[in-house]
Ligand binder design. Structure first.
Ligand code: GDP
Length: 526
């Protein structure tokens, strides 16, 4: 590609993730977006993955589920001259560190909130990762066709719980059975929920004062005057629309709508694409910023998905392209080892098919078939100058298991498997002081299942895992550590870098520790 062409292609990319708590409507809205983009023809295509009854011990089922979730890991379509990449952030039993890491590979996030429930636990966690990265966050307040909480109340919650300023792009006119539409502050128009109830026109333009000009049946409804009052209040007392603050992730534009009835979704998509950022520079470990328009190709691995089918040991390493253009068959350097690798077997992911990709540019995601070359956080690049992107953060695990090899004669492969899976980023590993028992930690149950399965299939080692339940993990400076600090309510362990940490029974046990040792600082990862 010529320089100018490359720049145009990169500038058209919009790469984002949708974050939400399970059941807020992420799948439903994703499907609507794919329908608008023409990437799928029928609603229900993405949804299908949830209908299968999921038995944890049934690997065929998991394989089926994983198989489908591979194809929906990245969904790409064109809309309004933009090439849109949506990265899936699995919740429920699929939740894992990869869910967090995916947020390292996007340029923006869409936060879907159920208006009846407000901000829920998982949304909050995912939000915090986005916040840390300073990427723009757009909010879609979903399920307006049902009775939910007052809009003002929801905006207040955003500010209080997530500590982010908000700007309502539109305002609901009624909700549930009484939903009439949205008052679109940004476009200065009303979008009707039931245009057929009126004259069939979906949009009512507003005059400079923000009111309906002339006759319209809606203007006679008491809900209309109530909304005008609310909007006036928001305009006077609320935040200003500020593009720079949105870009910095300090202000979230809020859209109301109903994904299920496809109301407000198109307006959301159009406006979102207008303000969502194109790919920007990525920082290297040396602090250099690499431009996405750079001719040399570079990217980093943010997720590795193992194939759960024993007959296929292959994995897929997901790479976010940070600069230049990928071309089939190109040679790249793997920075960690210095090894040259030919990128021949590469996949790009569509909603309902896996397609071979011919080329892709900065902002896009490619999936490399992997037989064990890659680790999470690896950089690959072309060109004379070595590139190493910043390390991906580690996330504080929340669930723990004691783990041993079932067969004592298998110690060697047990250790090898442990070491490699930990290095690859599949699981976190700790050892207890003195007894050197192995403990593994994860943010989601799925990580344990994948671990156990891969130990058996790739390292021929059956492992016994004893659940220890949820723990609050906190690191302590080795200089101030006194082993007497360990009590019956915490376990003292070291991580794989030999750094000490406590696994507290719960938050109370941690606070009790804080009270007892007020000068000792405890640290979490992200
Ligand atoms: P996810 O877990 O976040 O992917 O949520 P889903 O998209 O699977 O939605 C969870 C449930 O909420 C499903 O039964 C959806 O049909 C329903 N749902 C999603 N969006 C809406 C909406 O706008 N209105 C209503 N009433 N239900 C919705």
């Amino acid at each position: 590609m010529m320089e100018e062409q490359l720049k145009q292609a990169v500038d058209a990319r919009r790469t984002f993730a949708i974050i939400s708590h399970p059941d807020a409507g992420k799948t439903t809205i994703t499907e609507q977006l794919l329908l608008f983009g023409g990437a799928i023809r029928n609603a229900g295509t993405v949804k299908g993955k949830k209908t299968g009854n999921f038995a944890k011990s049934d690997w065929m089922e998991i394989e089926k589920q994983r198989g489908i979730s591979v194809t929906s890991s990245v969904m790409q379509f064109d809309f309004d001259g933009k090439r849109v990449n949506i990265l899936d952030t699995p919740g429920h039993e699929d939740f894992s560190e990869d869910t967090y890491r995916t947020l390292m590979a996007v340029d923006a996030a869409v936060m879907v909130v159920d208006t009846a429930k407000g901000i829920e636990a998982q949304t909050k966690k995912l939000f915090q990762v986005c916040r840390m990265r300073g990427i723009p966050i757009f909010t879609f307040m979903n399920k307006l066709d049902r009775d939910g909480r007052e809009p003002l109340d929801l905006l207040e919650e955003l500010e209080e719980v997530l500590e982010i300023d908000s700007y309502p792009m539109n305002w609901p006119i009624g909700m549930g059975k009484g939903l009439e539409g949205i008052y679109d502050l940004f476009h200065n128009r009303i979008e009707l929920y039931h245009p057929e109830k009126y004259d069939g026109e979906r949009f009512i333009p507003l005059n400079e004062a923000g009111e309906i000009e002339g006759e319209h049946a809606l203007a006679k409804d008491s809900i209309y005057s109530q909304v005008l009052e609310e909007v006036e209040l928001v305009r006077e007392a609320g935040n200003e629309f500020d593009e720079a603050a949105i870009a910095a992730g300090e202000l979230t534009p809020v859209f109301f709508g109903s994904a299920l009835t496809n109301f407000g979704v198109e307006t959301f998509l159009e406006t979102f694409l207008q303000f969502a950022p194109e790919p920007s520079e990525h920082k290297t470990q040396e602090g250099e910023e690499i431009s996405p328009y750079e001719e040399d190709f570079s990217g980093f691995v943010f997720k590795i998905q193992a194939n759960m089918n024993p007959a296929h040991r292959d994995r897929i390493a997901f790479v976010r392209i940070c600069s230049g253009e990928f071309e089939r068959g190109m040679d790249v350097f793997l920075e960690r080892t210095g090894k040259k690798i030919k990128l021949a077997n590469v996949t790009q992911f569509m909603a309902d098919t896996r397609e071979n990709v011919e080329n892709a540019v900065a902002g896009d995601i490619i999936g490399l078939y992997d037989t064990g070359n890659y680790q999470i956080g690896d950089t690959i690049y072309t060109g004379k100058l070595k590139v190493a992107y910043e390390e991906l953060p580690q996330f504080t695990p929340e669930m723990f298991m004691k783990v041993t090899a079932k067969n004592v004669l298998k110690q060697k492969s047990f250790h090898k498997g442990m070491e490699q899976l930990v290095q690859e980023g599949a699981i976190q590993m700790y050892k207890t002081y003195h007894t050197n028992d192995y403990i593994i930690g994860a943010v989601g149950q799925l990580q344990f299942e994948v671990f156990q399965h891969r130990m058996l299939n790739e390292y021929n080692t059956e492992v016994i895992m004893t659940p220890m339940g949820k723990k609050t993990a906190r690191w302590i400076d080795p200089e101030v550590l006194d082993e007497k600090m360990s009590s019956s309510r915490n376990i003292l362990v070291r991580d794989r870098f030999d750094q000490p940490l406590f696994l507290f029974e719960n938050e109370f046990a941690m606070r009790w520790f804080n009270d007892k040792y007020p000068d000792v600082e405890l640290k979490a990862l992200l």
